[in-house]
Design a protein around this ligand. Structure first.
Ligand SMILES: [Zn+2]
Length: 271
């Protein structure tokens, strides 16, 4: 190696590390809202592998929350805090799962119960006990969704809260507003009948509609007090509706532990 090649290659490595990760960003303030989908191995032929976080990584990530002093909240606890009826913990966090896959109950829940971490699941009402039928099975295999019995078992544990993710998982930005209203109102009503309590938390499928004022207004009009986007970032804390839909930290299968740490401290891991 010539005299210049070594410093140049160091500079190249440093530039690559800066370009790939956000470690140089200032620490982000706010509420970390982790967003998961599936836990376990991706279904065969999956084109959405990044949505299946491995069980051992998931365990490490949940343990990270406890080791770093976070208090993972149930939706109902977040509501009580924001209504001023409960004190806020020093470091609140929110663990969320979209869609309601059976692996949430069968793989994630035993881990959460074992280490004592609370989490929340956004359910797609019409897929309870069925499959992820909104996916084209040619590109994304159908897998089992949670059954109502599983929902009830998780609810009875006191460790899992629930919100709505519509009736059928359609993109609310691409259907008539009346149908979007129905997706939101009907799922709220039907889930409330099944869960026996008010459903105040809502996540937009694909994050779609979160930035469409009429759709967001319809979510508020349906009675949801908290709406969640897929936009990446730390949520403002304390959150109020006029701050916009709640951003989340997208936890991906191919994240390494440094990525996870950056998500928790900078609000994003990579570009
Ligand atoms: Zn979804």
């Amino acid at each position: 190696m010539t005299g210049l090649a070594w410093p140049l290659s160091c500079a190249a490595v440093a530039a690559a590390v800066c370009a790939r990760w956000n470690w140089w960003r200032p620490l982000a303030q706010g509420l970390p809202v982790l967003m998961y989908h599936k836990v376990g191995e991706p279904p065969p032929g999956s084109k959405l592998k990044k949505l299946s976080v491995g069980a051992e990584e998931f365990r490490w990530q949940m343990d990270y929350l406890l080791r770093h002093g976070y208090t993972p909240l149930l939706f109902s606890e977040m509501h009580e805090i924001l209504e001023g009826r409960s004190p806020a913990p020093a470091k609140p966090a929110l663990v969320t799962f979209d869609d309601g896959y059976a692996n949430n109950a069968e793989i994630a829940f035993p881990i959460l119960r074992e280490i004592g971490v609370k989490a929340n699941i956004f359910l797609v009402h019409d897929t309870l006990g069925k499959h992820n039928v909104w996916h084209d099975p040619e590109t994304e295999a159908w897998i089992r969704m949670m059954t109502l019995d599983q929902v009830r078992e998780l609810q009875a544990s006191g460790l899992i809260g629930f919100g709505s993710h519509t009736m059928t998982h359609r993109s609310l930005a691409q259907i008539p507003l009346e149908e979007a209203r129905w997706e939101m109102c009907e799922s709220k009503k039907r889930l409330e009948e099944k869960l026996g309590h008010e459903v105040m938390f809502f996540a937009y499928p694909y994050g779609a509609g979160a930035c469409v004022p009429e759709v967001r207004e319809a979510a508020r009009a349906a009675g949801y007090r908290y709406d969640f986007a897929i936009r990446q970032g730390m949520a403002p804390w304390p959150w109020k509706p006029d701050l916009g839909p709640i951003p989340r930290l997208f936890i991906r299968r191919d994240d390494n532990r440094f990525d996870f740490h950056l998500n928790m401290t900078r609000g994003k891991a990579r570009f």
